[in-house]
Ligand binder design. Sequence first.
Ligand code: SF4
Length: 178
Amino acid sequence: MKCDLGHLDPRILAGMSVQELARAVDRLPSKPRYVHDAPRTIQEVAALVSRDYMGDAERLWTGHTARAVQDTVIQVHGVGPALAAMLVILLERCRGIRFPDHQEMGVKPDVHVQRVLYRLGLATEITEAAALDVTKRMNPSYPGALDSPLWIIGTRWCSQSDPQCSACIAQQVCARRF
Ligand code: SF4
C-alpha cells in the first residue's frame, strides 16, 4: 500500500474515504484476509493514531502495558481479542519491546490453537477460554510463547479435516482426541 499511495501517513489515511481505501486495498497484489473490513479498519487505525498519538504509531505502545494496548486497539473495527493478543506478541517479537505485564500475555486463541490444544488432550474443550486457561497453566511465566508452536502445528499438520498425524512433530505426546 505504501508503494501504491507513496506514503503511510496516518493523517492522510484518516482523511481518505472508505471507498478510496477500498480501491487501494483492491490494488494490492496480496489481499488481506478480511478484504471487506480492511478499508474501515485502516481508516479507524489511522484516525486513532492521528487523533490520540500525534500521528506517531509508536506512541500507541510506548510506555504502556500490553493490556492497555489491547484495550485500545480492540476499539477499532475488525479487531477482536485474538487479533489484539497477536499484536502485542508481534510487537515484542519483531520490535524488541518488552511490556511490563509480559508474563500475563496470552496466546492468540484462534481456531488452530484451540483445535490443537484440544486434540493434544490439554484443553477440555475447543473454546478461546479453554485455550487461554490451559496455556496459562502450561507456561505461567509467559503463556504467549506457546502461540507460534501451536499455530504452526495447527496449520502445518493438524488441519481441521485432514490431520497428518504420522508426520506431525507432536505425534509422540498427542492424545489424538478428535
Ligand atoms: S498428532 Fe495428529 S491430532 Fe495430534 S497434533 Fe499432530 S496432527 Fe494433530
